[in-house]
Each structure stands twice: as structure tokens, then as C-alpha cells.
Design a protein around this ligand. Sequence first.
Ligand SMILES: Nc1nc2c(c(=O)[nH]1)N[C@H]1C(S)=C(S)[C@@H](COP(=O)(O)O)O[C@H]1N2
Ligand SMILES: [Mo]
Length: 410
Amino acid sequence: MSNHKPMNLSRRQLLSGGAAWFAGASLGAATGAAHAADAVEMPFTNGRRNMIAFPEKRELIVLTTRPPQLETPFEVFNEGLITPNDAFFVRYHHNGLPSSIDGDKHVIRIDGKACGKPFELTMDALKTQFKPVEIVAVKQCSGNSRAFFNPRTTGGQSGNGAMGNAHWLGVPLKDILARAEIGDTARQVTFQGLDFALMGGGDFVKALDIHHAMDGEVMVAYQMNGTDLPFLNGFPVALVVPGYYGTYWVKHLSRIDIIDREFDGFWMKTGYRVPDNDCACTEPGKPAASTRPIAKLNVRSFITSHKDGAHIRAGQTQDVRGIAFDGGQGIREVAYSLDGGQNWRPARLGEDIGRFSFREFKFGFEPDKGAYDLRVRAFNRSGQSQPFEALWNSSGYMRNAVESIRLVAV
Ligand SMILES: Nc1nc2c(c(=O)[nH]1)N[C@H]1C(S)=C(S)[C@@H](COP(=O)(O)O)O[C@H]1N2
Ligand SMILES: [Mo]
């Protein structure tokens, strides 16, 4: 709808009319069809969603408008391996979003009990005093695909679009921390952004073990796909934690603390934890004996070229395409089945653009008249794969079951 097209505001003024766009967006959602927002029906109960274009974004699937939680329409993943910035999903926890950010004045404060030399890092210093590095990596929300769990769990009822693959440019966190004179007592590093818990619930602060923070892979990124980060994806700077769930990828990064203990803030100690067992799963209704912080992405694969329930032409070759990824081992193989998992064959893998990236796979088949149940199952380089039945946990995290795409050839 024309009144929901992206607003063409300059980035620094993006939210100077913040009240207006929040109000505008909320109004659109609240009144739904009356304001003629486009809507989509997701393939699960209570799956009707509005489509709204927030600033710098095309129309995306709206979970909530305040704070913005937007999901990428699944078709986008068929267009290429890199998720465009204007289609990249958005997730926030708190309503306390800054209404504008001056990228030139933004600083990251590095401090904490185990930091021998606290300092402030300007964006200019970040961009000019360090050697930049680049990586392609998937950012996926822990609760991606949550709405497919049965029984359903609490939390944002996302389809499969709370993920994206981008090209990140920034500075290794290790190089920044090298200036901090880290003490022997250092145990963890915590990260916080400019947004805050306006309605309570504890500011969004995440922690990594000191060894992880210093591994050279964790990055403080200021560009996404060759340009500034979109405001809603963390402008002007965000943490990139390759191979780890999105929850650690702190946006609008403004504070890094090196601490001498295990961090016990809500978003580590209580939120974003999974059952502490091999499958990170429990039986519905049975609480986990113990939990641990969610960590690496498990193996997933999706057919992107065909929609579940689609009709295809008998006798006409079908070019099937999709994406696979994992937590950084890299994808070794994608197997496909046309008959619901009875027979499997290897798909062709596309170009390898990095072990943290989406990897393309392809296969073709010529259908006879009748029903097909397409499945794909990826394996990473250490042999980990996807379960046929979804592994359940009470937070609805880490879903990675083998998907089924049913096609009818007519
Ligand atoms: N400052 C800040 N960073 C944050 C969050 C947040 O609420 N505030 N949410 C995290 C979660 S749970 C996810 S999945 C990703 C989402 O990143 P995106 O909005 O760029 O897609 O951001 C992470 N970083
Ligand atoms: Mo998330």
C-alpha cells in the first residue's frame, strides 16, 4: 500500500520524528484492514500478520510494532544468499529505543572491574585506528520458527523469517580489548546498547566468556552489506558473534564491560537459556533439570523455491533451490527426498562464501502426476544434522527439524 512504503529519511534524522512513526506504525497495526495494511496468513493457527514498511525497510511481517519486531517474508531467501538490508528481520526487547542516533557522536565505553584502562571509542577511532575485517554470517533469532512448535510455547510467534545472512564489516573485538589492559581476574565481557527497559524487565545486557570475546571472530561491526547498518539493525555499530544465536549480537553497542565474575543479569541468568542436555530439549510439561545459556546455531536447511501446497506441472523439470547453514563448521552435504524421507540423494551445493554463511543447494526432478513430499536434510562438517521430529523446549528455541514441502503435480 502506498502509505506504507519506506520513508526516505536521512539516517541521522531517521527517528527525529520518532513519535510520529511509532504512532503511525502502531495505528496501522491496531486498525489492520481498516487502514489497508497488506496482510499475510502464516501457516499456523493465529498466523494472520500485517505487513508494514518501517523506515529503511520494505514491507515486512509485523509481530509487534512497539518495539518493532519484523519478520522477513520467506520468498526473500530465494532471491540470493545475502539478505538485503531493507528486508532483514528486526527484533527488540524493550520499548526504550532512542529516537535518533548521531553516528558521528556515538561512543562505545569500555570499562569494568577487570579492565585496567577504561576508555571511550569514537566511531571515527573505530573506523580509522584498527584494521577492518569482513565476514559473511547468519544472524538468527533463538525463537526463529517458534510458532511451528506443538505444543506452542510463549514468546514471539515467528515463522521462519527471523533470520538473515549478511556481509559484515568491522573490527575484531579482540583488537579493541587489547587496549583495555585486561586483568588476570577477567571472566566475562558484557555488552549493552542504547536501548533500555522503558517498561521494566532489566536492560538488555548480554555476556560472553572472556575466551570467546578474545577468539578473534567476534566483531564490532559498523557496516552491513556494504553500507551503514540500518537503524533498526543496530546503527551505528553492533556486535557480530559468528555462529551464535542473534541474542548475543547486541545492537547500538555503547558499553563493553570486562568483569571478574559470571554475569547474572536477567538476559543471561533467566532469559535465553536451553535445557542443559544433548538435545537442548524436554518433554512438553516437564521442566528441564538444569539449563545453560543458548549458544551456537544448530544445522538447518530450507527449500526456498517452492511453497508448501503448491501445484506444479507433471512432466516439466522442477528446479529446486534452497539454503542450509549451521554454527560455523560449514555445510558438508544436503540430502533431499521426494517421497517424504524414504529415499535420499545428495543435492548439489553452491559456492562456499564462508562457513558462517547460508550455503545454496540445488536439485532437479521431473514429476509424474501425483503428490510429492520434498524433504531436505543438511549435514555439517562434523556430521551434525537435523532431527525428523522437532526437539521441544519450553521457550521455543533452536527449532531445526527437517521441513516438509508437499507438492502436487497436475
Ligand atoms: N540493543 C539490543 N540488541 C539486541 C536486541 C535488543 O533487544 N537490543 N535483541 C537481540 C536479539 S534477541 C536478536 S534475535 C537480534 C536481532 O537483530 P536484528 O534486529 O538486527 O535482526 O538482536 C539482538 N541484539
Ligand atoms: Mo532473538
